[in-house]
Design a protein around this ligand. Structure first.
Ligand SMILES: [Zn+2]
Length: 612
């Protein structure tokens, strides 16, 4: 771990009120404004740039060091990413040992050549993917400084997320390409070396100028400021674009309130624009051909549909543009855009677009620290994209069955680690991905069982509207759900996020007791949960008995479309069994079942149903 020597806050007299406010919740956000001017050489695949970064320290701390990410340095033999990718028990096939075999003209690099703060030279040291910077004078709380940097880079051959000359022939997938200030928050610096996993950026305004061979088309983050000079499908209708004077074009983009900037570039891209009724413009960039053209033409219908559905159910998409760009090695989310591979079946193409688009809500706008809470990004994105796909394709089957299945397989693999594990530090790729994607989605789907779907759905919108552009953590989410439901949920977070304890309830016995029926339930799993017990009678009618946990301090309301609740009785988690008396004769009962909706992630469901 890198150390950060922080001086105690000394503006005590001037900022007494501020400190009191800060001391109470400790939350603040740093701010960045980037201006970059980049020259790309498409023959050498190298680029140079200048970067002016206005950095605002909104923390109560005095900073005497800062850290930049230099992600491209990961693509060099012997890097931490190389070693990690080769030595992990279950390597990612896209990476495996490929980094170790890169020749000097195939590696990636990103170097700072010069760096000043407020015009004064600073000391900086490149430690692989992190630039450690000692400041000539400290940055005081509530002040801004300006860093000026000259940098140079080489685009690695496409291995993971970014690079050149992808398998599908896309020349440049430019993500993680510029020196990027690491985030500093109430938990300190987050200068994680890049080993191929997650990201955490700072909100800010980007102004980026890219000079590149005039035959190239660029798509990605940001609004193009000079469309009528550039053309390539960006120009306003009817505009005659003048021929460029030299061999290059300089593309001028601005992107307000984003925490990253990606661009894809190719001289074969087809660029399609779709204007939605709500003013959002959707851009698609792909290399035309027999494996792409037909499906990408159809995609133009689905991307706007998905934006509309997600905006209605998960919060309004806040930008005026979204770009789907062919590139990368699968699908990856970026601000206002995504890079996806393009030679896919229509279902797969729509599926990956929807998933990466849904990230705009959780990666793009809520932007929890993905390293610490990968499941709050990937899991909730999977949850949202499953619902979006079910809506678009009018599927009736349970949209989250894949997520539940992934979680159950993780449990039975014996490889599960708690969801609170830092994403870089999971022991296996499998444990990371099943926790982040599957269990994270189950967290949200199952929450509908715990507090009721209506409260959960209201909570999802309230969470977005309360925490957009603020980097929420798990407590922030759970507090919103507590407020929306009126129930205490700390136990749900503690068990499901911080442990690998699992849920298993069972029906131990159903027997006649006089003219009544006696039902005994048992808790076998270590994680307690509220129980919905449904009784189906021989006449086909159904009723339910609801057993909330005492520690919830309340109950979820009767859910629409679920059997009428005839009895509610809290079950203390300390008690391993619970006996209920149902005032109906045993002969009238067809079956007794725990949670027929299967929203509770019970890892052993054979004991959930008793039939007569
Ligand atoms: Zn994802």
């Amino acid at each position: 771990m890198l150390r950060s020597k922080l001086k105690p806050f000394f503006g005590l007299f001037l900022f007494a009120v501020t400190t009191a406010a800060v001391a109470q919740n400790g939350r603040f956000q740093q701010a960045v404004d980037y201006k970059m001017d980049v020259q790309m050489d498409v023959k050498t695949n190298r680029y140079t740039g200048i970067q002016k970064l206005v950095y605002t320290n909104n923390s109560p701390d005095t900073l005497d060091r800062v850290f930049y990410h230099l992600y491209y340095n990961a693509f060099q033999p012997g890097s931490m990413m190389d070693v990690r990718s080769r030595t992990i028990a279950d390597p990612d096939k896209r990476v495996a040992d490929r980094i170790s075999k890169l020749a000097p003209d195939e590696i990636g690099y990103l170097h700072a050549k010069t760096l000043t703060m407020n015009g004064k030279p600073v000391n900086f040291k490149e430690v692989e993917t992190i630039l450690e910077v000692s400041l000539p004078e400290p940055i005081l709380p509530n002040t801004s400084v300006t860093f000026d940097m000259e940098f140079e880079g080489q685009v690695p051959v496409q291995i993971r997320r970014s690079g050149r000359d992808s398998e599908e022939g896309v020349r440049y997938s430019m993500s993680q390409w510029y020196p990027k200030m690491a985030n500093y928050d109430e938990q300190g610096w987050h200068s994680n070396p890049y080993i191929g996993r997650e990201f955490y950026g700072i909100w800010g305004n980007y102004e980026v100028k890219i000079t590149i061979d005039k035959s190239y088309v660029i798509g990605g983050t940001g609004y193009l400021q000079n469309p009528n000079e550039i053309g390539h499908g960006y120009q306003d209708e009817g505009v005659k674009v003048p021929a460029p004077k030299g061999n290059t074009l300089t593309w001028h983009f601005v992107a307000p309130q984003v925490h990253d900037f990606m661009w894809g570039a190719d001289n074969k891209y087809q660029h399609d624009k779709v204007k939605m009724d709500n003013g959002i413009t959707v851009h698609h960039f792909f290399i035309p051909g027999p494996k792409t053209s037909e499906n990408w033409e159809k995609l133009k219908e689905y991307t706007p549909k998905a934006i509309s559905y997600l905006s209605e159910h998960f919060g309004q998409y806040p930008y005026k543009q979204f770009s789907v760009v062919q590139g990368g090695d699968g699908g990856m989310e970026y601000a206002m855009s995504t890079l996806i591979t393009g030679e896919r079946s229509l279902a797969s193409l729509v599926g990956v677009m929807v998933h990466e688009l849904a990230h705009s809500w959780y990666h793009g706008v809520l932007a929890s620290n993905e390293s610490l809470y990968p499941w709050m990004d990937e899991g909730f994105t999977s949850y949202a994209s499953s619902l979006t796909m079910a809506n678009i394709f009018q599927e009736s089957a349970s949209p989250h069955r894949g997520s539940y299945g992934g979680y159950y397989r993780l449990v039975s693999s014996g490889l599960e680690e708690p969801m609170s594990t830092h994403s870089d530090h999971y022991h296996t790729n499998r444990a990371y991905s099943s926790a982040a994607y599957s269990k994270g989605a189950v967290f949200m789907a199952q929450l509908g069982y715990v507090i009721g779907e209506e409260a959960r759905d209201r909570g999802i919108l309230r969470y977005f509207n309360t925490w957009k552009f603020k980097h929420p953590n798990v407590n922030d989410l759970v507090r919103i759900m507590e407020k929306e439901s009126g129930l205490e949920l700390d136990w749900y977070k503690e068990y499901f996020v911080y442990t690998t304890k699992t849920i298993d309830y069972g029906i131990k016995e159903v027997k006649a007791n006089g003219g009544n029926t006696e039902i005994t339930l048992e808790r076998i799993g270590l994680m307690p949960m509220p129980v919905d017990l449904v009784i189906t009678y021989k006449d086909g009618s159904q009723e339910s008995i609801y057993l909330p946990l005492v520690i919830m301090r309340g109950e979820k309301p009767q859910e629409k479309g679920q059997p009428t609740r005839i009895h509610t009785e809290a079950w203390p988690w300390t008690n391993l069994s619970k006996t209920l008396i149902l005032t109906k004769p045993l002969e009238t009962i067809k079956s007794v079942e725990i949670d027929p909706t299967k929203r509770m992630a019970d890892v052993q469901q054979e004991n959930n149903l008793v039939k007569f």
